[in-house]
Design a protein around this ligand. Structure first.
Ligand SMILES: [Fe+2]
Ligand SMILES: [Fe+2]
Length: 372
């Protein structure tokens, strides 16, 4: 069993100094190579539908493809500054945050608006990078998973993820005002997932943790944004993401039955590591850097913001119930339950898990055509 320090590289999960020590140093490189240690698996068992729930998901996916180029109204003009101001007004920016005596004390409308713009550029950039991570991971799953129904389904997800990378990149290029390189914490996590030799770890890292968080974050943003193009884009992406998370839950639920207690413990530790990396990334250290604000001070203030704390917890609304469904929360000595309690996210355990939820997120018949 590994200690917290061995798993995440620091003893205290909230140690800001240690969190900020990790930063992306090769921001000018145009490619990044990661060793993929897994074997590509052929199966000679072609019986389609041997796993009915995966087969159903696959059939559903075939009929749920949309076209990022033609099904979204890219002619919509986005005035980013106006959108940021409208979003901040609609969502009561900064309420409950006391900035007296901090670096934000002298900030006026101009600075807060600029922060909103940079945060949006950063957030959408990280989503784009995360989507590419999903693209690579699902291509890897096509190779590594031994079940034919899972290979079929994963292949549809590869197409979904290509579309997601495409639409986030296009939105960033055409409607926003700048890109950010991949956040170091996110990059570390994506590297770990791609490098792991065990096929089910790709699912746990990507489908359960990264995509579980994305589904919650997209839902939040979909609700908050006043910009119609982004709203529509997120609506479509979420309908796919809900299937992707279901794919993870369905597959791992079966596979974990075969694992020993020691193997399950390794999965618990990986889930915890992923949770911490994703929490760290939302401190958006690169934004403060670009705005010329002392990073540590800014992060420390933001960590005290009740709205930010609520947001960070909400990101785990899908992850915790799905880990529970998989038996990861309470296996062994309930180690992961203890860790999620320390992170302040255990209360989500009673929320609905995502095994069936994709049905509610699904695009209605004719919905895409009507929006066209
Ligand atoms: Fe995606
Ligand atoms: Fe996805």
């Amino acid at each position: 069993m590994a200690s917290t320090e061995e798993i995440i590289g620091r003893r205290d999960v909230n140690d800001v100094e240690q969190i900020l020590m990790i930063s992306n140093t090769d921001i000018n490189a145009s490619i990044h190579a990661v060793k993929d240690n897994a074997e590509a698996i052929f199966t000679w068992d072609y019986e389609k539908g041997a796993r009915p729930a995966l087969n159903k998901l696959y059939e559903k996916a075939k009929n749920s493809q949309w076209n990022g180029e033609t099904d979204l109204d890219w002619s919509i003009n986005v005035d980013q500054e106006a959108v940021v101001v409208a979003n901040q007004a609609a969502n009561n920016r900064g309420q409950g945050l006391d900035v007296s005596g901090t670096i934000f004390e002298k900030w006026g409308e101009k600075e807060w608006t600029e922060l909103g713009i940079q945060s949006q550029n950063w957030t959408l950039s990280q989503f784009m990078h995360g989507e590419q991570g999903a693209l690579l991971c699902t291509a890897k799953i096509v190779e590594t998973v031994p079940w034919i129904d899972a290979k079929y389904y994963a292949s549809t997800q590869v197409m979904d993820e290509a579309r997601h990378v495409e639409v986030f990149a296009k939105y960033l290029n055409e409607k926003l005002s700048g890109h950010y390189p991949v956040n170091a914490h996110l990059k570390m996590l994506l590297d770990d997932i791609v490098m792991d030799s065990r096929w089910d770890m790709t699912y746990l890292g990507m489908q359960i943790m990264v995509e579980g968080l994305a589904l919650a974050a997209f839902g939040f943003m979909h609700q908050m944004t006043t910009e119609p193009l982004l709203k529509q884009l997120l609506r479509y992406v979420m309908s796919d993401e809900a299937r992707h998370v279901a794919f993870g839950v369905l597959t791992l639920k079966e596979y974990y039955q075969e694992l020993t207690q020691a193997e399950i413990r390794e999965r618990q530790e990986f889930a915890f590591e992923a949770a911490v990396r994703m929490r760290d990334r939302f401190l958006q250290q690169e934004v403060w850097d670009r705005m010329g604000v002392p990073v540590k001070e800014a992060v420390t203030v933001v960590m005290q913001d009740p709205a930010q704390q609520l947001f960070q917890q909400m990101l785990f609304a899908k992850i915790v119930p799905n880990c529970k469904k998989l038996g990861l929360l309470d296996a062994g000595d309930a180690w992961l339950r203890t860790k999620f309690t320390e992170l302040g996210v255990i209360d989500f355990e009673h929320m609905p898990d995502t095994e069936e939820e994709y049905e509610t997120f699904a695009l209605a018949e004719g919905e895409v055509a009507a929006a066209r």
